[in-house]
Design a protein around this ligand. Structure first.
Ligand code: B3K
Ligand code: ZN
Length: 845
């Protein structure tokens, strides 16, 4: 496959002045007629007229009304075009029904829908399918199904047709079309300047009852973007459509967002609190793209983080405002460490702005999205809130309607603050996770912190230079009072010291408050000091972090020395905090989380110990049993505190109580044989309770009846059945999980071409660390078999799941050999997609 490089960027030889598309929908023979006005691009020198096009049957083609015969290839069409404005017309035929890749125009449960980002529009018609070509689209849809939607505002159209006009110039990746037998959950929104916007959430009949929450979340998002960023909606109508077969969460097509039904449909009976929170965040994310992504888009796909990092940053601000900011921050850091750190430190490592790719869909990664958002958080911390707001205003003013680069983005900050951001820019070009070491001295009343930063080489880059690190620090006196409130240190050198004079006694430092930079902090700290911070740190993130470090070191001790039990003095201190009724239950629930087994494996690996997944699993089990036993007497009182008497609401307060309740129930289930969980299961009137009880029963090994009852109750609901498939693999003991997963692939409900269902099974298997890495390699082989099978139908989803193997070099040589064999078997498959080929090639290194 061909490699595309950032350095080779060249503008397209022509600009598109207007696009008119007519769709005659048919499952296997849809006709697409395009009329496109082109004019020579004064900014370009190369006038090659090549239009991208894949899997299209060309019926006819003309320039200025004269039939022409273009040169056709697998990837597009080439013509000799005039050096003056001209009209290009083409008619092509495509087959949505047989399009299982879910890219371009495809069918899902009888409805037509599209997914064009990144390069799917070329499967709809011939076009310069690149984000820097922006145009005004006019779309006509003809077909038998009643609802016909596209981007922009609706225009009058004859019976049986629909016509849409999008006045905002946009790249083709934001094009969308939907047609189906759908019903709308409708509402209205008045923007702050008085524009009346019609809102619709379109679903299949039967799903009407799952729309209310998503609609409210949309209105909250619209209001928030006005209040916080001054951004208003810019069309008369905003449509969201729920689709069952979708490769990712959702897509921000202009005025017509298309959602994976799992990312928008919700009801108390069928959705967990975590589902509700995620749905609110995704609705916000896609809506926020209207400004950060659509009005201002990316010049080329290397700039993806320009829209994604910024939009993730914005949606996390939104969630912090709607819910609890510390809880959101901790959740984001857990996620960053679980998904982005392994990526950044393994064979798939790449900068936030990659410099080359073969298949761009492989770069919708945690690095581009989540690290991209962290970089913006750092920028905001460094320049301050006021300058950040000013820079964003300037960004919107200066670049509205343009396709931009990271250089444009940084320039607005430089212009507003007068700062030189050239060193900061390394965050975009340098891959890998910086490691930050800390030394401290205390002499004559001066406390001194010396930091050293170092980024280990990554497979894509040997040399790493010092980066700008905003380090938020607070100092705490021995009595637990803060002697220095949170202060931002700006580190730019490889080694740098900061002094704090006039200290009466040696303080205890609280470093990297709020996780102010995405680094690995390496600081040898005593257990006593960590317990002190757990008791006294006023920064909620670092208080949680102190506890996490205690949990990790206790578990690592147990893993490396099987004679060691859990750290009881820490557990006693933690219990004191957990019982504090003044603390948010959601926060307390987070304190009860243990580091994941994969994280423990990474921690061992970094200490030069080859992780043994079985030992890790046993240590965590032993820890959980011991903790439950030690706290047994206090659990009933804690459980009582988490009771919710009010009617169900997915708000943060109730969700927090349920999260703490679930953690307590899990502890109780460790010694009561499942009695308490059975009672919760029987009386549960919402999915959060039902599923957490089911999980406890599975862990206790007594879930057979409940699983059967659950299946009986929810057989008709795809989204709930995804949970049923997933949970019994994710929580199965390692000795059974791969077999259970294999069994479930034989279940009549295992519709493997549906990405949600495929991920429910295999995502769960991968998440079950000891099961996935079982010594006999059963899971590696099973996953490889299914990735090969899926790749033939849906390369994008198959490629995405290849990252399950990204940590393979951590493990012992027997496991490494088995994983290598599995990956080599995938690589050797005939007709393997470009997507998966690129992934396994990088993974094998
Ligand atoms: N922009 C889309 C992701 C498209 C993924 C293409 N493989 C959703 C989002 O980030 O909002
Ligand atoms: Zn996005």
């Amino acid at each position: 496959p061909q490699t595309i490089y950032l350095k080779d960027y060249k503008p397209f030889g022509y600009v598109v002045e207007s696009v008119a598309l007519v769709f005659d929908l048919h499952p296997t023979a849809t006709r697409v007629t395009s009329t496109i006005r082109f004019a020579p691009n004064p900014e370009a020198t190369d006038r090659t007229f090549f239009l991208d096009g894949e899997e299209l049957t060309l019926i006819s083609c003309a320039i200025d009304g004269q039939p022409v015969t273009p040169e056709l290839s697998e990837t597009g069409l080439r013509l000799d075009a005039p050096d003056a404005p001209f009209t290009f017309e083409a008619e092509v035929e495509i087959s949505p029904e047989t399009n299982t890749a879910l890219e371009g125009l495809y069918m899902s449960n009888g409805m037509y829908c599209t997914q064009c980002e990144a390069e799917g529009f070329r499967k709809i018609t011939y076009y310069p399918d690149r984000p820097d070509v922006m145009a005004v689209f006019d779309v006509t849809i003809r077909g038998p199904l009643p609802v016909k939607l596209s981007n922009g505002n609706p225009l009058e159209a004859p019976e049986g047709q629909a016509r849409w006009h999008d006045p905002w110039p946009k790249p083709a990746y934001l094009f969308a079309l939907v047609s189906g037998d759908l019903v709308a959950h409708a509402d209205r929104f008045t923007t702050r300047s008085g524009r009346e916007v019609e809102l619709n959430l379109w679903v299949r009949p039967g799903d009407e009852g799952k729309c209310a929450f998503g609609m409210e979340a949309l209105k909250r998002s619209m209001r928030w973007d006005e209040d916080v960023y001054g951004r208003e909606y810019d069309l008369d109508i905003f449509n969201i459509v729920a689709v069952d077969d979708f490769n990712m969460g959702a897509m921000e097509n202009k005025g017509l967002n298309i959602f994976n039904s799992a990312a928008v449909l919700a009801s108390p009976e069928t959705s967990t609190d975590a589902n509700f929170e995620r749905i609110e965040a995704i609705i916000a994310h896609e809506y926020f793209h209207n400004w950060t992504g659509n009005r201002i888009t990316c010049r080329d796909w290397f700039q993806l983080c320009l829209k994604e990092g910024l939009t993730v940053f914005r949606d996390s601000q939104f969630t912090s405002d709607m819910r609890s900011a510390p809880v959101k921050r901790i959740g984001d850091v857990i996620d960053l460490r679980a998904r982005q750190f392994p990526e950044d430190q393994g064979p798939l490592s790449h900068p936030v702005r990659p410099e080359s790719f073969q298949e761009i869909n492989n770069f919708y990664t945690a690095t581009v999205y989540e690290k991209g958002a962290e970089v913006i958080g750092m920028l905001k911390r460094l320049v301050g809130d006021a300058a950040y707001a000013e820079a964003l205003d300037l960004y919107f003013d200066r670049h509205d309607g343009q396709a931009c680069t990271i250089e444009d983005w940084l320039k607005v900050f430089e212009d507003v603050t007068g700062r030189d951001l050239s060193q900061f820019k390394r965050w975009y070009s340098q891959s890998g996770t910086p490691r930050l070491k800390v030394d401290e001295t205390f002499e004559n009343g001066t406390y001194r912190l010396t930091f050293t930063q170092e980024t280990p080489p990554t497979p894509d880059q040997d040399e790493k230079l010092p980066q700008v690190l905003p380090i938020a620090v607070g100092l705490i006196g021995p009595n637990g009072h803060e002697v220095l409130p949170t202060t931002l240190l700006e580190m730019t050198e490889a080694t740098q010291s900061f002094e704090f004079p006039n200290m009466a006694t040696r303080p205890v430092p609280s470093i990297l408050r709020g996780f102010s930079a995405p680094v690995v902090l390496e600081r040898e700290t005593s257990r006593e000091e960590r317990i002190f911070l757990l008791d006294h740190d006023s920064d909620p993130f670092n208080r949680w972090e102190a506890n996490r470090a205690l949990a990790q070191s206790s578990l690592l001790t147990m893993i490396t020395d099987p004679n060691e039990g859990p750290d009881r003095s820490w557990l006693t201190a933690l219990l004191g905090v957990i019982r504090d009724p003044a603390l948010d239950p959601a926060y307390r629930a987070l304190l009860l989380n243990l580091p994941s087994q994969s994280e423990l494996a990474q921690a061992l690996h970094e200490r030069g110990v080859t992780p043994d997944p079985d030992l890790i699993w046993s240590a965590v089990e032993e820890h959980r049993n011991a903790r439950a036993e030690l706290w047994q007497a206090q659990l009933p009182a804690l459980a009582a505190e988490t009771r919710v008497d009010a009617p169900f609401s997915p708000d943060a307060e109730q969700a927090g109580k349920r999260a703490l309740g679930a953690a307590v129930l899990a502890m109780q289930s460790r010694f009561d044989g499942g009695t308490a969980a059975r009672a919760v299961y029987a009386s549960a009137d919402n999915m959060t309770l039902q599923l957490s009880a089911l999980t406890c029963l599975i862990t206790a090994g007594v879930a057979e009846d409940a699983l059967a009852a659950f299946e009986d109750q929810w057989r008709h609901d795809r989204l709930v059945m995804d949970k049923w498939f997933g949970v019994q693999i994710a929580y199965a003991p390692p000795q059974h999980a791969p077999e259970r997963a294999a069994e479930l692939t034989e279940h009549p409900g295992f519709d493997w071409k549906n990405p949600n269902r495929f991920r429910a099974v295999f995502g769960a298997l991968v998440a079950n660390h000891a099961a996935f890495h079982r010594g006999d390699g059963a899971s590696y082989d099973l996953l490889a078999d299914w990735l090969i099978r899926l790749d033939a139908k849906n390369p994008q989803t198959a490629a995405r799941m290849c990252s399950a193997f990204q940590t393979w070099r951590r493990y012992d040589s027997q496991r490494q050999e088995k994983i290598r064999a599995a990956m080599e078997r995938i690589a050797a498959t005939d007709g393997l997609s470009r997507d998966v080929t690129e992934m396994v090639t990088r993974l094998l290194g």
